[in-house]
Design a protein around this ligand. Sequence first.
Ligand code: GAL
Length: 642
Amino acid sequence: MLGVCYYPEHWPESQWELDAKRMVELGISFVRVGEFAWSRLEKRRGEFSFEWLDRAVDVLHAAGLKVVMGTPTATPPKWLMDEFPEIAPYDADGKVRGFGSRRHYSFSSDVWWKESARIVEIVAKRYGEHPGIVGWQTDNEYGCHDTTVSWGKEDLKAFRRWLRLRYQTTDQLNEAWAGVFWSMEFNSFDEVELPTLTVTEPNPAQRLDFWRFSSDQVAAYDKMQVEIIRKHAPGSWVTHNFMGFVSDFDHFKVGDNLDLASWDSYPIGFVEKFPFTEEERNRWAETSHPDIAPFHHDLYRGVGKGRFWVMEQQPGPVNWAPWNPVPKPGMVRLWTWEALAHGAEVVSYFRWRQAPFAQEQMHAGLNLPGLDEWSVGGLEAMQVAKELAALGPLPQGEKASVALVHDYASYWASMIQPQGKDFRYEELAFRWYESLRRLGLDVDFVRPGADLSGYKLVVVPCLMQVDEAALTVLKNTDAVVLYGPRSGSRDRHFRIPENLPPGPLAPLTGTRQTQVASLRPGIRDTVSGLVSGAAIRWREYLQTTAEVLGKFENGDPALTGNDRHHYLACWPDEALLSSTLTLLANKAGLQTLDVPSHIRIRRRGKFTFAFNYGSEDWTIPVSGDFVLGDQVLKPQDVAVWK
Ligand code: GAL
């Protein structure tokens, strides 16, 4: 169940056999190669040299390792960029983001599509039937380095094309975007510009469409690669390695192209990327916050329709965050076990050996730079391999009892009109997830409209636009449902629904919203009743025919509920969130725990796992049949019991 990312092109050929031997010695089964190798595969147009990669794959295969081949499109070489400068992406200020690192392409460049299809076909043809290759990875981390959206001429051309297909006439476009406002009506699709470099706020419906368009471009580009790979590699699976906290495109749509999802887990790097408080950043600096990696494991298991890998696992300090601490001893092992507990099929470390050169020379590997000597992470990976071997195959995971409806478009919409500076969808979804896990609950991520049967509790942190499909499953579910702030507050074209928010959810929840207030940091509105805590950041004014389960200070409804559907009219602080979720979990018949803030638990089939992210022991309050660790869970340790 372990893998590693390997770059044979970085090391002398004389080293490859020993590397392969030591991979096997460590307990590794899968090796990903190739994803940045374009300049070594095609030095100049048509001048190919695949023999080195043939030999590298053969060496790995001969050692009994299974290879995952990456397509090299994240790094178009210089000769190609010089030949077609229109491949390059543009930032929102209209400046080119040129050659010199990676991901320097726009998803909308026609010539880039042709060039991508060409190289993918050549690689897929050459390796599609190779017995050592079991799977494929398309490109590398779509959207990483802020590369989903591009603002150049090629993008404008493709956006206009997309709009024409969607709206057919400018009358329909003008109607959809409410172009009458500020005289923004168009007589031709060629008059439409990209929503940037305007004097003040551009039209929100246009921005939402541009975001949808940019997201569709990623999914379509990926599909193009996947189809070529499937044609030439019929026996292999295809994945893409998603990044953490990239929400500019709808990952579920890319997931539709794939056999399984994978993602790149850098738990400590993400502590700096996520808007944690400084206090939290310091507390979790050397371990990561206990929900950062699990949030993504559960998300990508959903994106992969039940199947996911960690394609890149942080093996020690990384190089790219503002600060890059050394993980506490035991963390590489803990993260690996945690991914497995959440259902990962394979955990693959990035990278085999620390590179003593170029951009990532400060990034750890399983080996120290330039030597055949294990790093701390390498030794911990080896320990997991031994533990796994002793344990035998892990059982299949089951459906969780809680579903979290996760919606990328709500992130876009809330970024377009935040209304309060700190209303950030990703953060809201993360905090709801964190709170559920503090109650000891396992969570599945589902997209809006996905089947909800079998779930006891469904939480919808924020679903701004509720379409027909989403409404139908929500209407029909037997689960207890909780909707969060701003749900149902916009229609497809970014309008406030005629019946007022929560729009289509009004009949289900018996609520109607007349005003919203965003609250500056420090301002709180206390909530009391069956739940208690406070509203922070955001508070809505509701009228309701449902039962009022919690009230704001002035007596207005804060939490409403009828038989199954509940509406929370604010951004809840930790106490309000926890008491609300406890109330509803219990209503749904779920037993909740009060897990300490540094502990998390998770079930996989007959096994329960516990993880200690803190600095104090935790005595596990159940007596189980321990297969790993024991009743007293030490800091940075893992326990597994039946
Ligand atoms: C990932 C990327 C890898 C490597 C790694 C370093 O985002 O896919 O190629 O750059 O980060 O942490």
